[in-house]
Design a protein around this ligand. Sequence first.
Ligand SMILES: NCc1[nH]cc(CCC(=O)O)c1CC(=O)O
Ligand SMILES: [Mg+2]
Length: 353
Amino acid sequence: MAIKFGRPIEMRDAPRRQTGLASSPLDLTIRPRRNRKAEWARRLVRENVLTSDDLIWPLFVVDGHNTRTPVASMPGVDRLTVDQAVRDAERAMKLNIPCIALFPYTEPSLRDEHGSEALNPNNLVCQSVRAIKKEFPDIGVLCDVALDPFTSHGHDGLIEDGKILNDETVAVLVKQALVQAEAGCDVIAPSDMMDGRVGAIREALDDAGFLDVQIMSYAAKYASAFYGPFRDAIGSAKTLTGDKRTYQMDGANSDEALREVELDIAEGADMVMVKPGMPYLDIVRRVKDAFAMPTFVYQVSGEYAMVAAAAGNGWIDGDRAMMESLLGFKRAGADGILTYFAPKAAEKLKASS
Ligand SMILES: NCc1[nH]cc(CCC(=O)O)c1CC(=O)O
Ligand SMILES: [Mg+2]
């Protein structure tokens, strides 16, 4: 039957049904609400599900011992000393979260023009990877590759005369990725948006024998206002000079995201990511449809902060908004989500299963 506007065309001129009701019901053959009449019926026709398998939990690490320091702009999120990061890795394991992601707060005294601390095999990220992998070898550990937590100017790459250098930066990122792989990192995630870094990192990993280390590329990463709280958390908010619009993407563009993703896949990315999440759900859908790759989305710090702040003020139901936003990513085609809500969402999923 040909369907147009929700009603079989052949039935347009069918006679109205006679009913015994005083006020006659609408002549509707099709009533979509029937499938929503009860929870069991809704469960039966549900198209997408969120599970703890879909979650990657980003953690912030900081120097020190046995300390958790709240990040003011991200209520509920702490900077963790390495021992505490190990405890959260354990929590992730218990909640069936497959993977955690590590981001360092680097002491200002260790930051320089060149982001040299990124190449220190004993930096905070490498220490954390080793400590976590030692106790919990079965959890996935993802490390960001970019220089911004380590540079005095807060940019993801090297600067010369105010310009972010591409190829020179890639050479440093390759070394950073190797240092992380040597520490035991499972997934290298370049978030810098330099051209050609995925291919260069893949080649170097292979040459060094790290054939099984995966690459999840931040392939379509937009220059976004929603990274604000993250920059607080890693301490680059105050130092960042200018913006990142010469390397991160223009929020007006969509076709360009497909070209970026295509390049990263050609260069050897095992998984691709779109970032931020909620304002870019259309990009998630296009990327998934175009490439059928494992496609991830980052629900970034500003998205987290909006929900957490509104919930904290009693303006929205925080738990429901959290679950709705995460399910929205699945519906848009994401295979997984990097989210600061990971432990909370996983706890909720556990309680309801
Ligand atoms: N290259 C660094 C990086 N890796 C992840 C995020 C943002 C994550 C978030 O906001 O939660 C950023 C910030 C930026 O590009 O400025
Ligand atoms: Mg690119």
